[in-house]
Design a binder for this molecule. Structure first.
Ligand code: GRF
Length: 211
């Protein structure tokens, strides 16, 4: 299965996924990185990992539709079957989501449906949460909304700062996302309404090995 990562920023999740593919933990080919931001850290990570990269900037297109059509063209040319959103700072149109129905995953650094949006870790910290976490979900037409694949908690301790919470959350993301992708690739995710059933398979039911 050919997979593409969409990212706009630092790219630490991209690297975690690339490592998991390299180690054979995700049995798929990481065929493409789509990035919409010049100079983003993820671009140099992809270069180092030897992953084909395409920069598609929305400013170069008159409409969102044209922008997305160009991306779709790249996905088709590279025979992409699974799209992995990893810090891609754009909402995909319903048309795009329909085109890749149930084949787009996203990761969110909170326990959805709590703290949707771009500042979830800070929002959870400022709210005074005692437990937050990470969610991997299918993408649907609404932001941070589709059926949940995996969730795992992060305990906010008395001595945690925003920085230490960010670190713990990202560390967990780097384990949880490859697990979820691997389940998809193994064909073990069955969407039933809002619920995602994980069918038994060779590896134990995740989340596991999160320490
Ligand atoms: C992650 O926290 C992810 O959950 C969110 O955006 C961030 C991307 O980080 N959607 P990175 O670029 O993978 O380091």
């Amino acid at each position: 299965m050919n997979i593409a990562v969409f990212a706009s920023g630092r790219g630490s999740n991209f690297s975690a996924i690339a490592r998991a593919v390299k180690k054979g933990k995700i049995k798929a080919s990481l065929s493409l990185l789509i990035c919409d931001t010049s100079g983003a850290g993820v671009l140099s990570r992809a270069k180092r990992a030897g992953v084909k990269t395409i920069l598609v900037k929305s400013d170069d297109f008159t409409t969102k539709r044209d922008f997305e059509n160009k991306i779709i063209q790249h996905l088709e040319e590279n025979k992409i079957e699974l799209v992995i959103m990893a810090g891609f700072m754009r909402i995909l149109s319903p048309e795009f989501v329909a085109r890749f129905k149930e084949r787009i995953l996203n990761i969110h650094p909170a326990l959805l449906p709590a703290f949707k949006g771009a500042h979830a870790i800070k929002d959870a910290f400022d709210y005074g949460q005692k437990v937050t976490g990470v969610t991997v979900h299918f993408v649907d037409e609404k932001m941070d909304h589709g059926p949940i694949i995996l969730q795992a908690p992060v305990v906010i301790e008395e001595n945690d700062t925003l920085e230490s919470l960010e670190e713990k959350t990202h560390k967990l993301e780097h384990k949880l996302y490859p697990q979820a992708i691997s389940l998809f690739v193994e064909g073990r995710l069955k969407i039933e309404g809002r619920r995602v059933r994980i069918t038994p398979g060779p590896s134990p039911l995740p989340p596991h090995d999160l320490k």
